[in-house]
Design a protein around this ligand. Sequence first.
Ligand SMILES: *[C@@H]1O[C@H](CO)[C@@H](O)[C@H](O)[C@H]1NC(C)=O
Ligand SMILES: *[C@@H]1O[C@H](CO)[C@@H](O)[C@H](O)[C@H]1NC(C)=O
Ligand SMILES: *[C@@H]1O[C@H](CO)[C@@H](O)[C@H](O)[C@H]1NC(C)=O
Ligand SMILES: *[C@@H]1O[C@H](CO)[C@@H](O)[C@H](O)[C@H]1NC(C)=O
Ligand SMILES: *[C@@H]1O[C@H](CO)[C@@H](O)[C@H](O)[C@H]1NC(C)=O
Length: 421
Amino acid sequence: MGFWWSSPHKTIHYLIKLSISALLVGLAFRLIHNRSSAVSGSLFLENTISADSQENTDHLPTKEVGIGSEEKCNLFHGVWVANKAGPFYTNGSCNIITEDQNCMKNGRPDSDYLYWKWKPRGCELARLDPGRFLDLMRNKTWAFVGDSISRNQFQSLLCILSKVEEAVLVHHDENYKFQRWFLPLHNLTFSLIWSPFLAQAAVSKDNNGVSTSGVHELHLDSLDKSWTEQYNSFDYMILSSGKWFLNRAVYYTNNTVLGCHHCLNKNFTELGFDFAYRRVIRAVLDYILTSSHKGMIFYRTSTPDHFEGGQWFEGGTCSREAPVQEGQFELSEVNKILRDIELEEFGKIIDKAYENGVDLRLFDVNPMSLLRPDGHPGPYRFYQPFAKDGKAKVISDCLHWCLPGPIDSWNDVLMEMIING
Ligand SMILES: *[C@@H]1O[C@H](CO)[C@@H](O)[C@H](O)[C@H]1NC(C)=O
Ligand SMILES: *[C@@H]1O[C@H](CO)[C@@H](O)[C@H](O)[C@H]1NC(C)=O
Ligand SMILES: *[C@@H]1O[C@H](CO)[C@@H](O)[C@H](O)[C@H]1NC(C)=O
Ligand SMILES: *[C@@H]1O[C@H](CO)[C@@H](O)[C@H](O)[C@H]1NC(C)=O
Ligand SMILES: *[C@@H]1O[C@H](CO)[C@@H](O)[C@H](O)[C@H]1NC(C)=O
């Protein structure tokens, strides 16, 4: 089972099946287990606005940058401020934007969401300077490893850089899940690696007595070779995961079934997606820690979604047109679970990483992204969704991000981390 938007042709059929199963499963589990891991029946998250989900980042290892005075800069906490300059690129100047995220082309009528920039607490954040970035990155190789949100950021970066040099697609697989782009003038390579779980996973093709067709079979103790095999060849890597763990799955260790999430086979123990995510993050961090990687590795925190008025299959939407202030939009329950696991597991090993000489950073874009409920395609993931019928019922995408859009600022933060430590 994938993101519903990854198979546009089957969307409608899929949606109906998915929503029914998600509803039933969600309900059943809420009745059986009073635990948060059973909240979501699918990839789509509930938009619970829980009052007790206070942001607690005290234990977060953030890089503090002295800016002239005593003031400390925290790149990941701050406010969005008006920015007359607008985006670096448009749907016309950058032609690599995935249709689903090309909000301008798809007819999103408002454009105020393009005129904001991220202002971290205690310092100014410069916008990514493509010329400077490219000069620094001469002869380098980059990899973005993860799910469709990784691709989202990857395309944002290539679009920003395209002002100075356009990347050329030099390799891709049949479904464009793996892509390699090259910028010849700077001898710079970017790889996009599809690995939504970071661990070894397969979608079960048929009922094999263990799982059912369409269920993920996830090996918690075995990382995905699609990134580990090339690991040492990258100078810079951004890894991330999260949302795919909410899917129905059977979990394995040592090639033996350990349990599952939203089991169909009642002989297996329900372990919860949080159990699996923690195990895999640990395995990923251990791998990084004990590697002899000489480059810079970022682990990006999972990004929030902004469905309001219901979940995605209940007609939830994201129709805001401006950012919010800290505290005005709470993380949904499942988003919070994913994030807490990321912060806890990262916090446990970060000192060891420094000791081992591994340059590992937490790329914690979650809080800044939470303040941008206005940045998603919503119904404009489809081309001109209201052209025929102004009142058409259209499923909203409140998880991915419009390009151009708020996540262009993720790349500003990335540049800052590379330049100033
Ligand atoms: C870009 O979006 C505008 C609407 O904002 C549209 O008129 C135009 O055709 C789009 N261009 C491309 C190349 O997608
Ligand atoms: C391009 O970069 C690679 C390292 O990524 C290096 O081995 C190679 O010599 C470079 N080629 C040129 C023409 O600069
Ligand atoms: C890039 O690689 C080429 C060829 O190996 C080398 O001559 C050049 O100095 C390198 N440039 C940088 C900035 O490392
Ligand atoms: C893994 O399974 C094999 C046989 O399937 C067994 O010999 C081995 O002891 C198991 N390893 C662990 C760590 O459980
Ligand atoms: C569950 O276990 C029992 C006893 O081992 C077995 O008979 C049954 O077929 C199993 N059910 C499933 C769905 O695998």
